[in-house]
Design a protein around this ligand. Structure first.
Ligand code: NAG
Ligand code: NAG
Ligand code: NAG
Length: 400
């Protein structure tokens, strides 16, 4: 594995995928399958940049038969969810554009930090992104010395100002400091951090969940849009981060009597253990087969069940959401959970990803939104009753 990694790095330097694949082919064929494709997929060329404006969204008939249908709700609610998902989900062309930019940046950064590796993380990479999602990047610098991230970001800021395809570079001194910038002449925004490698681990864990069952991606996209519309999806304003929302959906699906998802960390420890070498983390999802659930509820039933679970069943004051263990853990008096309104365990670092919710008034607003939407949707069974579907689709398709 070590030899292989070194070889892979060397190949990255000469940035010649063809030679690299040949070399690997002649040494150790089975490993080829396990290459992180998004790192290696030979893009047609670094230049020219793919078209700035991807093909506009053309409404199609939602692919109904792919998803389970429930006649008791009428097929309507599930269809509306599929339609929203298909209109808003990140397109291959959106990802290709981010990936092209990542490749160019990595090459330019390597002129200063020779061993630097740049990873696309977050919703762009985890399968849960929208067309309008910004791109998160993590720069991994291996070595014995631990330079200060702010120092590295300052160096990069100077470099980026000299790059023709980057603009509006801005250093943000948050808990995890980032460099924010845009691809020139577009509205594609990037947030680059140094070494926040837990973001790479959870990206590929979520990606594995996203593709474990066909219903996961539409379900999560709809929940995100719903939360955004109801102004409970903004950690900087004291409500839920998208990451927290995703973990809340996964938790609900894991804890049904007949679960829709298992704990992947429990079932595939070799793919997701917390200290796995970061170079092989992107391979995890490729070794996780789809989960065959005995619960074939429709998307509409899942959405109603999700709202109901958090509106009436979940005990916010007594329970901690643990996707790692696929269950609710009892809240104890440890520093992480004490006096917190919402407790959602980060699957690798085990800290509270919902710590942004620290005001009672915001917590009450979140609970009220679940209760209200649950009541309305149960009554009307129409997605439009809790979300302006058409307006969201139109906004999303003109964003880029
Ligand atoms: C990043 O992490 C690697 C190992 O995970 C470490 O060797 C390196 O010093 C770190 N770099 C920074 C800038 O913290
Ligand atoms: C299957 O999922 C539905 C929808 O979320 C839920 O209401 C139901 O209780 C689940 N069935 C079992 C047996 O767990
Ligand atoms: C509190 O619970 C967490 C998991 O929810 C556990 O890891 C930790 O050890 C517990 N701490 C105490 C003091 O019981």
């Amino acid at each position: 594995m070590v030899t292989y990694t070194l070889l892979a790095l060397t190949c990255a330097f000469v940035s010649c995928t063809v030679i690299c694949l040949c070399l690997i082919g002649s040494f150790y064929v089975p490993e080829r399958e396990r290459l992180p494709t998004y790192e290696w997929k030979p893009y047609p060329a670094l230049f020219p940049v793919p078209p700035r404006v991807p093909a506009p969204y053309t409404p199609t008939t939602p692919n109904r038969r792919k998803y389970p249908v429930c006649m008791c709700l009428g097929p309507q609610l599930s269809d509306q969810m599929v339609e929203l998902f298909e209109a808003c989900q990140q397109q291959t062309s959106d990802l290709a554009r981010k990936e092209t930019c990542r490749t160019r940046l990595q090459k330019d950064i390597q002129s200063i930090y020779a061993v630097a590796r740049l990873y696309l993380t977050g919703s762009s990479m985890n399968g849960l992104g929208c067309r309008s999602s910004d791109a998160d990047l993590c720069l991994v610098l291996k070595g014995n010395n631990r330079p200060d991230p702010i120092h590295v970001l300052t160096v990069l800021q100077r470099l980026f100002k000299s790059l023709s395809y980057v603009e509006r570079t801005q250093l943000i001194r948050a808990k995890v400091p980032i460099l924010r910038f845009r691809e020139k002449g577009s509205d594609l925004e990037f947030d680059l951090n140094i070494n926040n490698t837990v973001g790479i681990r959870n990206t590929f864990l979520l990606r594995s969940y996203a593709y474990a069952d066909l219903r996961i991606r539409p379900m999560i996209l709809v929940v995100k849009k719903w939360a955004r519309h109801n102004q409970i999806n903004d950690a900087s304003k004291g409500t839920l981060s998208s990451y927290t929302l995703v973990l809340m959906v996964l938790h609900y699906l894991q804890t049904l009597k007949e679960p829709v998802l298992p704990s992947l960390q429990r079932d595939y420890p070799e793919c997701f253990y917390a200290f796995l070498d970061i170079d092989v983390v992107p391979e995890g999802p490729k070794r996780v087969p789809p989960y065959i659930s005995t619960n074939q509820s429709s998307l509409g039933e899942l959405l109603l069940g999700f709202l109901k679970y958090y509106a009436t069943d979940f005990r916010w004051d007594k329970q901690v959401i643990s996707v790692r263990e696929a269950k609710a853990l009892p809240k104890n008096n440890s520093k992480e959970w004490r006096n917190k309104y919402i407790c959602v365990e980060e699957p690798f670092e085990k800290n509270n990803v919902a710590r942004a919710v620290h005001e009672k008034i915001k917590f009450d607003a979140i609970k009220a939104t679940f209760a209200e939407s649950c009541r309305i949707l149960q009554d009307r069974k129409d997605l439009n009753s809790i979300l302006p579907v058409r307006a969201i689709i139109n906004k999303e398709s003109c964003r880029r």
